[in-house]
Design a protein around this ligand. Structure first.
Ligand code: AMP
Length: 395
């Protein structure tokens, strides 16, 4: 796996795909700089070598050249985070881009205008990719968030750099972390899968059954399993058409020697709100008019034991409706158990959308071994898919 550490960028121009799709407020101020900070080590290394950096990214989903999606808005923030002045090219192709790139001196940084101003980007247009490629000597992909898309700047461009293409440090770290969990793991390995639906996680579950020793299934998915096993789930969320699948998963797990852990008790509520009345009930005995919205204390105690014995932990999806304070306890506790196991030497990876938000919201981010930056991309990797953006660098 070639990374930027395999290259010396002295007097070279690196064209770097980053994910600067950052949130902006109504005055176009960047409200979260995480993604820019994530790319900083890669940019720093190229500059330190004496190279120059041409940054390209998308921002939002513009329909044509919509000013509100201009990357001009983020130039100052990028400069502040990087600690160097950042030049801006008001077009990512044509003379504006090529002149700006040609004038770029070693140790200078240029940011190109939003790639998605051109539909050719998402269409994976070869001519567009070739134009982008002409701006640099070495192609670096450091955008994990878009690595599952075969877009011009994330995948197609790589063919114009048969020797001179590599991963940035952020993308390399994502791949490495996932490998540590799925391919080179220290046993016992535990996957915690939460979230709302079996249907959205089924491919992940099937793929990782071969890789884990324990699987904790929580969140809304719980009830499809419990109902399939004959339990009474009251008004809890359930996918009736997935009950057979749930039983099949349990059977497969047994065959493969994977221990499945499902909540035994839940926090049941009489409405989906912070003002609801709640009671702790057996997961198989939820009264009508009540719905399970968080894991109960006995379940959490069981999960704690499993987590504390694990040497490798993957966490995807919350254990309850953590967006409502009343039902956040299970997700917070789980995060704390994983943090404790990590402090004791386990490797923990949190990936995919909502669990990442939860970990950030509850201040546990620094206590995990690695928190993934890409929602959809991480899910696809967990599903066992080969991401086109990664494949393009490897091939
Ligand atoms: P996903 O996007 O599939 O990872 O699901 C995340 C969502 O699942 C979050 O918005 C949670 O609020 C929701 N969720 C977790 N547990 C439950 C539950 N017991 N009932 C309904 N929704 C849930």
């Amino acid at each position: 796996m070639k990374t930027i550490n395999d290259f010396n960028f002295k007097d070279k121009k690196a064209i770097v795909r980053v994910d600067f799709n950052v949130p902006l407020d109504e005055n176009f101020n960047v409200t979260d700089t995480n993604r820019i900070e994530g790319a900083k080590p890669t940019i720093d290394k190229i500059l330190a070598d004496g190279g120059s950096v041409i940054l390209m990214s998308h921002l939002g989903r513009p329909k044509g050249k919509e000013e509100k999606y201009s990357l001009q808005h983020i130039v100052k923030t990028v400069s502040d985070v990087l600690g160097v002045p950042v030049q801006f090219a008001s077009d990512c192709r044509g003379e504006i881009a090529s002149n700006a790139a040609a004038k770029l001196l070693p140790r200078q940084v240029l940011l190109l205008e939003n790639l998605r101003y051109y539909p050719e980007e998402e269409a994976g247009d070869v001519a567009f990719a070739k134009e982008l490629a002409s701006l640099g000597d070495i192609y670096v992909n450091d955008a994990f968030g878009t690595a599952h898309r075969a877009h011009a700047s994330t995948t197609i461009i790589a063919q114009f750099f048969p020797e001179n293409k590599c991963f940035g440090l952020l993308l390399a770290k994502e791949i490495e972390s996932l490998n540590k969990v799925l391919n080179n793991s220290v046993k016992p390995v535990t996957a915690v899968l939460g979230g709302s639906k079996v249907s959205s996680k089924i491919t992940v579950i099937e793929n990782i059954l071969d890789k884990v020793d324990h699987m904790i299934i929580g969140g809304g998915m719980t009830f499809t399993f419990v109902k399939a096993l004959g339990g009474k789930i009251g008004d809890s969320i359930c996918e009736d058409d997935k009950m057979e699948l749930a039983l099949e998963i349990l059977k497969k797990a047994k065959e493969k020697g994977v221990q499945i852990h499902i909540p035994v008790d839940v926090v049941a509520a009489d409405s989906f709100s912070n003002d609801a009345n709640t009671q702790i009930v057996d997961v198989k005995e939820i009264p009508n008019g009540w719905q399970g919205l968080d894991a109960g204390p006995k379940s959490l105690e069981n999960f704690r034991k499993v987590i504390m014995e694990s040497k490798t932990i993957l966490w995807n999806g919350p254990l309850g409706v953590f967006e409502l304070e009343k039902f956040a306890n299970g997700t917070i506790k789980l995060g704390e158990y994983i943090a404790e196991a990590t402090a004791n030497g386990a490797f923990s990876l949190v990936g995919g959308g909502d669990s990442v938000s939860a970990v950030k919201q509850f201040g546990l981010e620094d206590k995990m071994s690695y928190v993934s930056t890409g929602g959809g991309a991480m899910l696809e990797m967990l599903e066992g898919q080969t991401l086109p953006g990664i494949e393009a660098i490897l091939s």
